[in-house]
Design a protein around this ligand. Structure first.
Ligand code: AKG
Length: 283
């Protein structure tokens, strides 16, 4: 019999709670290779030509061309406050970047290797994604002292399909703790209604409200303090959040967002792919 990725209990947890935590999924060597590849991108990046901040507290309508055309590119986004009023970075560039996005898995061999794990295809099949399409990768730095909050959201807002199908794979590259801004997930599970959809129509981004359900507060949520190498897999309707990092320890994470190619993926979703780089599964 083929070995499954999830035990029956873990499978039930995905159904009931909308997420599962798989410890020791990636080895220290794999984490180190990915970290080096990410730092190499930052090291080679020309911040005098591109200084774009990423913050989830900013209005979606304000997202500029640099962000909106990054779906098939590898781009660096700075933490708010990383640069001073003269555009000079206050600290080393390796400590200034909020994230890399959004096609490292297709464009950089070390990211492609990390993301090509056959267990990921098996995991997706086990949780009902028949034809995995990997639309996005992000390398999130959550820098010491200045790492920004990621506000409550649901990933189906950004990867809307009919029916809803997106799953997130969140890999801890460092230990994630309460101090350095670990993920928090809602205790309501994935049954939570989808509150918003992010759309780009005629080049203009907007967030459209679908449901007025409030976001959870921290009493209704659970922090996921996990060791480096852990994979957290969660459903696109599971509300999640991460606090700012005010500690002196980084909290790097790598994420992939995967939808079912059997579902309808609207043209209004912000990431679209052309024939030069079509969306693919795990290679
Ligand atoms: O790593 C984080 O802080 C948040 C990541 C996240 O929200 C996501 O990948 O959807």
């Amino acid at each position: 019999m083929t070995k499954t990725v999830l035990t029956p209990d873990q499978h039930q947890q995905v159904v009931d709670q909308g997420y599962v935590v798989l410890e020791n999924f990636k080895s220290p060597e794999e984490l180190s290779t990915l970290r080096q590849a990410a730092l190499q991108v930052v090291d080679g990046f020309d911040f005098s030509a591109h200084q774009h901040v990423f913050s989830t507290t900013a209005d979606a309508a304000a997202l500029g061309e640099y962000f909106l055309t990054s779906g098939d590119q590898v781009r660096c986004f700075l933490e708010p406050g990383a640069a001073d009023e003269n555009g000079q970075l206050r600290v080393d560039k390796l400590l200034s970047v909020n994230k890399l996005g959004h096609a490292m898995h297709d464009r950089i061999p070390a990211f492609r290797n990390f993301s090509s794990d056959p267990r990921l295809t098996a995991l997706m099949h086990e949780i009902g994604v028949q034809t995995p399409h990997v639309w996005q990768s992000m390398y999130i730095f959550k820098q010491p002292q200045i790492g920004g909050e990621v506000g409550w959201h649901q990933d189906a807002t950004y990867f809307y399909t009919e029916p809803l199908s997106v799953k997130t794979l969140w890999f801890a590259i460092d230990d994630a703790t309460l101090e350095n801004g670990c993920l928090w997930v809602a205790q309501t599970g994935s049954d939570s209604p989808l509150r918003e959809v992010f759309e780009v129509i005629d080049g203009r981004p907007r967030t459209r409200q679908l449901d007025s359900a409030p976001w959870p507060d921290l009493q209704q949520a659970k922090p996921l303090e996990v060791k480096a190498g852990t994979l957290v897999c969660f459903s696109g309707t599971l509300p999640h959040y991460s606090a700012p990092n005010r500690s002196d320890k980084a909290r790097h994470a790598y994420t992939l967002h995967v939808v079912d190619g059997q579902a309808h993926y609207p043209k209004t979703n912000w990431i679209q792919r052309g024939e030069d780089l079509p969306v693919r599964g795990f290679l």
